[in-house]
Design a binder for this molecule. Structure first.
Ligand code: R5P
Length: 261
């Protein structure tokens, strides 16, 4: 692997544990002012010290994160549709590689929508982005299935999506946890992180999901709502870190949550 790509990835995926806790705060790019992310700066600021990377758009980065922070940025560079629009999967590339470099991004992220009307377009977006990013040593995170596509949260669909992303050259892939997740991992030759998805009923549920995904081969989480929609977001991200980096059981990590809330 190219030195620059490897170096940037090692800022995100911590070399001592080979795992990562990415904080996803990019939801507004198609959801607008998502619950608890209405004031992005207020939500993000207390969580930054506990995140291995921040996933967000250039607009929220510039307006809501202080430039003196040294947290690696995974810049979302796809978009162009909204949750109330005709078709969520009709995405294009919204941000140039030059802009990503200007913002000192450690990686760029783009969604692909397998099985939709815009499958071809979004896969070509990914291929094009990888071709543009590679000469600059910039890793590309492929994001599989968002929004309405979550209905398709099954192993065969996610394995198909992740494998295609890897075949096109993604450096790492973000997907959702599912039954038989180990099969998604086995057939994807690049590292996988899981999204948290919509807020689960309890903190313990989210910690169990993270633990299960890690045990089945994920290298970490790129979690949003299950952290910042918790009534105690800092306590929750600390608990997630305990599962990911210290390999604590979900029950032990829940004690971390309780102590910090
Ligand atoms: C999709 O909306 C975004 O890429 C999010 O970053 C992703 O869904 C992860 O956030 P959450 O854990 O809230 O699902």
């Amino acid at each position: 692997m190219d030195w620059g790509i490897q170096n940037r990835l090692s800022r995100i995926i911590k070399p001592d544990t080979k795992r990562t806790v990415m904080l996803a705060v990019d939801h507004g790019y198609f959801l607008g002012p998502t619950h608890k992310l209405e004031n992005a700066r207020a939500t993000i600021k207390p969580l930054v010290p506990y995140a291995d990377a921040l996933m967000l758009t250039r607009g929220i980065l510039r307006t809501s994160v202080d430039p003196d922070t040294d947290v690696p940025v995974v810049l979302r560079v796809s978009g162009g549709s909204s949750i109330i629009g005709k078709n969520l999967s009709n995405e294009g590339i919204t941000t140039s590689i030059e802009e990503a470099i200007r913002l000192n991004a450690a990686a760029v992220a783009l969604s692909i929508f397998i099985g939709t009307e815009y499958e071809h377009q979004t896969l070509m977006n990914l291929a094009h982005l990888i071709d543009r990013a590679k000469p600059f040593g910039l890793p590309v995170l492929a994001v599989t299935a968002v929004g309405k596509e979550l209905g398709k949260r099954d192993m065969r669909f996610l394995a198909l999506s992740c494998r295609i992303a890897a075949e096109l050259g993604a450096s790492f892939v973000k997907t959702y946890y599912c039954d038989e997740f180990e099969k998604v991992v086995e057939s994807c030759p690049v590292p996988l992180v899981i999204a948290g998805g919509p807020k689960l009923e309890t903190e313990l549920d989210a910690l169990i999901m993270a633990r299960d995904a890690l045990e089945k081969g994920a290298i970490g989480v790129d979690m949003g709502r299950n952290i910042w929609q918790s009534p105690h977001p800092v306590a929750m991200i600390k608990a997630v870190r305990a599962v990911v980096h210290q390999k604590m059981s979900p029950e032990e990590a829940l004690e971390v949550f309780k102590k910090n809330k």
